[in-house]
Write a protein that binds this ligand. Structure first.
Ligand code: ADP
Ligand code: MG
Length: 321
């Protein structure tokens, strides 16, 4: 049986990789070297077994996902990843779980140059909490309160396939095996839009990452910015599997699905070319889906201008994700 220290040494300790990490795993605290002229962006996300992931979730994908959701928060601020800590509660020391979990976690960490600098390990119901540290030039973070009337609203990538996978698992919709497997990739292995967030500094006004569904998440921007918005429902980019579903399902899962981890951001209309260039430079599609307006609240309109009632039967026959 491995001790806690053996476990940390075997699965989580590696040679230092960054100059701005003066001390990583092994002391009472990690030491980060702050960079003058930049602000530290900090975020935590906790994933709890039974609530955020199934008990039999593939550990490699889970390692990926629990870091991806934290990287997505940095992306939404336009911050560059630096380091993270990992607080882990585990019911038992099981190498068959730990090896792939740390594999998925550290593979994504390496892809973003984000170093694991410490954490805590304890026995208990499985629970994974990551705190991530990033940096952004002072005053240039993409804030939720920065949307302005007249801004375009954009989203990255595609929406709704993660929610479609959940519907497949729950038996809410009949999905063939191939469609479910493809949609499930989006649910289990989200792609944090870090390069896009960084490329949007100085171009976008406000940004948020879509974790609970576009309609709910954009409401945070609207509230904090003191503005309203109009979204063109048919402009929303459906995930490739969701695109094959009927219209009510498409609309519902794009607006109220969860687990997309795409960015929703606003930018002034004269920045349209710059936004498209930021998308191209970061290898991420970006789609213009609406406009910020002075009248408070969110209006979702279909192509003939009719405002959709987000509470109609087609929208609430699925309970919250
Ligand atoms: P303390 O007694 O101060 O809580 P620990 O004995 O828990 O320290 O941890 C020893 C070292 O291992 C510390 O540097 C801590 O940050 C690191 N550590 C503990 N658990 C993890 C983990 N799951 N992942 C990465 N580092 C960890
Ligand atoms: Mg400890």
């Amino acid at each position: 049986m491995l001790s806690e220290f053996d476990l940390i040494a075997r699965y989580f300790t590696r040679p230092p990789r960054r100059k701005d990490v003066a001390a990583g795993i092994g002391d009472d605290c990690a030491l980060l070297v702050p960079e003058s002229g930049s602000e530290l962006a900090i975020s935590s996300d906790m994933l709890v077994e039974g609530r955020h992931f199934f008990p039999d979730a593939d550990p490699y994908a889970l390692g990926h996902k629990c870091l991806a959701v934290n990287l997505s928060d940095l992306a939404a601020m336009g911050a560059e990843p630096v380091a993270f800590t990992l607080a882990l509660a585990l019911p038992e020391v099981n190498p068959e779980w730990l090896a792939p979990f740390s594999g998925g976690l550290l593979e994504l960490a390496d892809r973003h140059g984000c170093e694991l600098i410490g954490g805590d390990t304890t026995k208990g119901p499985r629970n994974i909490c990551i705190t991530i540290f990033g940096k952004v030039p002072s005053g240039r973070a993409l804030r939720r309160n920065a949307a302005r009337v007249g801004d375009d609203i954009w989203v990255s990538g595609t929406l709704g396939d993660a929610r479609l996978a959940l519907a497949g698992y729950r038996g809410e919709l009949p999905l063939d095996e191939q469609a479910l497997a493809t949609a499930a990739e989006r649910m289990h292995r989200p792609t944090p839009r870090v390069a896009l967030g960084i490329a949007l500094r100085g171009i976008a006004h406000a940004a948020i990452d879509i974790s609970d569904g576009l309609a709910g998440d954009i409401a945070h921007i609207l509230k904090q910015s003191g503005v309203g918005a109009c979204l063109q429902v048919d402009a929303l980019p459906a995930g490739p599997m969701l695109a094959m579903q009927d219209q009510p399902t498409r609309r519902h899962f794009m607006l109220a699905g969860g687990d997309d981890y795409e960015l929703c951001f606003t930018a002034p209309a004269p920045m349209r070319d710059a936004v498209l260039q930021a998308g191209a430079a970061s290898g991420t599609t970006v789609t213009r889906v609406g406009r910020i307006e002075a009248a408070p609240g969110l209006r979702v309109v279909d192509p003939d201008g009719t405002v959709l009632d987000l509470k109609t039967a087609s929208f609430d026959h699925f309970t919250s994700p």
